[in-house]
Design a protein around this ligand. Structure first.
Ligand code: ADP
Ligand code: ZN
Ligand code: MG
Length: 624
């Protein structure tokens, strides 16, 4: 991919504009004058036409009256320097009336006033913004009586049928529904019902949806709050919100309390840099107290969601609190198909759109991504005035979700040519490397988010779903990522490479480092050298983070570097050896803006042999 650095320019430009507005003297303050150049002035003085000169050193100008000019007529302004020996000589020779004035007209004063006015306006705008945000925070100044910040839905209207692809989680939670519906059945035989369930999984996998479905199936109210909403600026607000929430819930039992992003409050106490966060700890303590405070069978079930269970305070996970953990993972093929079926229910699709094919093409998509993608396809269909969603809308929607909105193509220019070569570098390597997945398409239509173009492989569904990436696949991945920069350098020379490859290079660094430190795929051997969740600012202390010495750190750096350099050389070699086909492809790409994988392979195969594995995958991946 190639990324533009537009933001940088925006920041620089605003800096310049703002400075101009604040410190410049406004142009309109003295535009009612005629100008003379310095040399014209000297000539006029020599010719004896000048009667009077008033100098205004503060503005660096002098005003000049000419012979025969009426006193109320405009004076001529001349830019002068601080020392004007010639001018002074001339003035003395010609005996011109010369005067130095302190405060000319009031243009300087107006300038200052104008600046003060602008500063004043800025302050007023800032105050308004601060006031507004204060109000939207539920009036933070009013912290004595915390206002309810949680939502209550009497009926969520979501059923288990609306949740697909996470069958195990659904099954585990079925039991909770039965309890909420018929608690007697459990209490009669002395069974203790769990109070809290922790849903663990990446964003968009349906955790909130699942919690709502439990409430919906059981027909009980649903209280929800986000962990980040507990934590406010003022100490004590979070704790009183927790109290409020549980108070309301008890009045409405049986019910579900859903706490989203619980890691925002539930982090390991006394950890992190700069000591603990009093407010967060108080809130957490209150939460623990409330959870202990009601008996197991009051009919309140607390469901919390997080994607970072590892940072949670151990006290939260003890029996009687969130002692059940249910994992909600990214859906595999069957799951994706199920989710697509759920969201296609209320949408019209043409018969040639097969949900199976879409599910196969979207490894790594979360439930939310899939829902979003189908919705985008429906919007596109309406915009194109079609009756039903066709394959082309699905294609575009997938691109939109994975890469971004497409923008107007660039006009043919050096820039466009450079982007084309960059993307072709990626595409050629995707096609020629033995362990890479086949090319899906290469495009130089710019996309939102600063994307200048992209070259995209068809992801191998089995590999992504299982997460079992091989070393060879990862190495080819690095080479492919460097292909953009390699092409820039091969074709335009080292001096012409651009910042557009920044993202590629960052990806390479991350991937190579992971290969060395986590997967044991370098000469350092199969040792894990990094704590995978060792972010300094999150939860558990930071002492645990680096588990190796300086010396090993240096070795890791060497390994990462060696890997990147090796792959870069390889990328350049392949591009150099296929320069002819690159030059042919670049003209096609500039004209058509997108080349599909099949066509790309056909062109390349006329000039060089394609690796074998690739041909097999192509047939596998034909849309059904
Ligand atoms: P999370 O809380 O895990 O971040 P959400 O429950 O908020 O995810 O999911 C957002 C949306 O994505 C849901 O409202 C739903 O439309 C869709 N979605 C996510 N997962 C699923 C799923 N398993 N089945 C059906 N729809 C899903
Ligand atoms: Zn790139
Ligand atoms: Mg959620």
């Amino acid at each position: 991919m190639i990324f533009g650095q537009k933001l940088l320019w925006k920041i620089l430009a605003t800096g310049i504009i703002a400075q101009g507005a604040l410190f410049g003297t406004p142009a309109w303050a003295n535009n009612t004058q005629q100008y003379l150049s310095y040399s014209q002035l000297l000539e006029k003085i020599k010719a004896g036409e000048v009667t009077e000169i008033d100098a205004y050193p503060s503005q660096g100008i002098a005003k000049v009256s000419l012979k025969g000019q009426k006193s109320n007529e405009l004076m001529y302004a001349v830019n002068i320097f601080e020392y004007n020996p010639e001018l002074m000589d001339q003035i003395r020779d010609q005996k011109i009336d010369f005067e130095v004035k302190r405060s000319p007209n009031n243009s300087a004063a107006i300038g200052i006033l104008f600046n003060i006015l602008i500063i004043f306006i800025v302050i007023i705008v800032l105050l308004t913004i601060i006031r507004r945000s204060g109000q939207s925070q539920g009036n933070a100044l009013n912290f004595g009586k915390s206002r309810a910040r949680f939502q209550m839905e009497a009926k969520t209207g979501v059923l288990f049928d609306d949740v697909a692809g996470i069958e195990e989680a659904k099954e585990e939670l079925q039991e909770i529904v039965s309890f909420l519906k018929k608690p007697e059945k459990f209490t009669a035989i002395g069974a203790k019902i769990p109070k809290g369930v922790l849903l663990v999984g990446p964003p968009g996998t349906g955790k909130t949806l699942l919690a709502k479905a439990i409430a919906g199936e059981a027909g009980v109210p649903f209280f929800s709050i986000s962990g980040s909403e507990f934590v406010e600026m003022f100490v004590g607000v979070g704790a009183s919100r927790v109290r409020d929430l549980f108070h309301k819930a008890k009045e409405n039992a049986p019910c579900i309390i859903f706490i989203d992003e619980i890691d925002a409050v539930g982090r390991q106490r006394g950890a992190g840099i700069g000591g603990g966060n009093d407010e967060r700890e108080q809130t957490l303590n209150q939460l623990l107290t409330e959870m202990d405070g009601f008996e197991g069978n009051t009919g309140i079930i607390i469901i919390a969601a997080t994607n970072r269970p590892d940072v949670l305070d151990a006290a939260l996970l003890r029996p009687g609190r969130f002692d059940r953990q249910v994992t909600v993972d990214l859906p595999a093929y069957q799951g994706r198909l199920g989710i697509l079926e759920v969201h296609a229910r209320n949408k019209k699709l043409t018969p040639d759109v097969s949900l199976e094919a879409i599910a196969r093409r979207t490894p790594g998509f979360s439930g939310a991504d899939l829902a979003n993608m189908l919705n985008e396809a429906a919007i596109l269909t309406a915009r194109r005035r079609k009756e039903a969603i066709t394959l082309s809308e699905i294609d575009d929607a997938i691109d939109r979700v994975t890469i971004g909105l497409s923008l107007t193509p660039l006009l043919d220019s050096k820039k466009k040519r450079l982007i084309a070569y960059h993307e072709l570098g990626h595409a050629l390597l995707i096609t020629l490397l033995k362990n890479s997945d086949p090319l899906n398409k290469v495009s130089i239509i710019p996309r939102s988010g600063g994307v200048g173009g992209f070259a995209q492989p068809i992801l191998d569904e089995g590999m992504v779903d299982s997460g079992l990436f091989t070393r060879a696949w990862l190495m080819d991945r690095i080479t492919i990522s460097l292909g953009g920069r390699a092409a820039e350098e091969e074709i335009f020379g080292a001096a012409e490479v651009t910042v557009g490859a920044a993202n590629d290079i960052r990806n390479v660094a991350n991937l190579a480092r992971e290969m060395v430190t986590r997967y044991g795929m370098s000469d350092l051997g199969p040792v894990a050298l990094e704590n995978p969740t060792g972010e300094v600012f999150l939860g558990r202390g930071w002492q645990a983070q680096s588990e190796y010495s300086e010396e090993v750190a240096t070795k890791i750096d060497h390994q990462v570097r060696a890997m990147a350099v090796h792959c870069y050389q390889e990328a350049r070699r392949i591009i150099r050896e296929n320069r002819l086909v690159m030059d042919i492809l670049v003209d096609i790409l500039i004209e058509k803006e997108t080349i599909e994988g099949d066509e790309f392979r056909k062109i390349v195969s006329e000039y060089t042999a394609l690796p074998e594995k690739q041909m097999v995958s192509i047939n596998l991946d034909k849309k059904s």
